[in-house]
Write a protein that binds this ligand. Structure first.
Ligand SMILES: [Zn+2]
Length: 217
């Protein structure tokens, strides 16, 4: 599942994984968890992350292979936000082919750059319970406290204007190559992400069912 920052792909991926019992693969979280282990590679990974550097391009495969190796071959697998580069995509194609996972589909949750920017500027996180929130009508009545626990809402550190633009640039320059790769192979499903989350979910399920992605219930 791919989409710009702010497309809601993470939420959609988790809902879909739960509903259809898919193995959920969130690469960033898995890399963070991996770096807490006690081995030489994990230690090196922890250093790399502490220096604010990107993980090497083969590192996600190290993590993905382990997930795939321990997942029943009949169970579906959902990659949230990956692959993020064309080289990753072509290697992942080979990996999935080797595992005889044939029904590969790529769902793009499509929102414009303007909508993405607008959503990310309004995004907040609760400093206490870490739940996400959106600040509507900021001028008229700014919402400053979490609706669940009353904690202070703060801007995520990565949601500063420069951080937002650099993530949107990354999507346009790198992830779009992945999108075009799967479009040319006839594996791309484009869903309108500028509607409410439930409608997005229904559109995804309908599109996947039409292509017989899920085993018959
Ligand atoms: Zn809270």
């Amino acid at each position: 599942m791919l989409g710009r920052s702010g497309s809601g792909k993470g939420t959609q991926a988790q809902v879909l994984a739960r509903e259809f019992d898919l193995e959920y693969i969130g690469t960033g979280d898995l890399l963070r968890k991996f770096s807490e282990r006690k081995n030489a590679a994990a230690h090196r990974m922890k250093e790399t992350m502490a220096q604010g550097k990107l993980a090497p391009s083969w590192m996600p495969f190290f993590i993905w292979m382990e997930k795939l190796a321990y997942t029943d071959v009949h169970k579906g697998v959902l990659f949230d936000g990956s692959p993020r580069m064309l080289g990753e995509a072509t290697t992942l194609d080979e990996v999935l082919d080797w595992f005889e996972r044939k029904k590969v589909k790529v769902v793009l949750i499509d929102i414009s750059r303007e909508v993405a920017r607008h959503r990310l500027m309004k995004r907040r996180i609760c400093s206490v319970c870490k739940r996400g929130a959106y600040v509507e009508n900021e001028q008229e009545a700014p919402q400053t406290h979490c609706q669940y626990c009353g904690g202070d809402l703060t801007i995520r550190s990565e949601d500063n204007p420069a951080g937002i633009e650099s993530r949107l640039d990354w999507f346009d320059h790198e992830v779009m190559k992945v999108v075009e790769h799967y479009r040319s192979k006839g594996k791309l499903i484009v869903v309108n992400g500028e509607q409410d989350p439930e409608a997005v979910h229904q559109e995804i399920v309908k599109a996947l069912a039409k292509r017989n992605v899920f085993p018959k219930q």
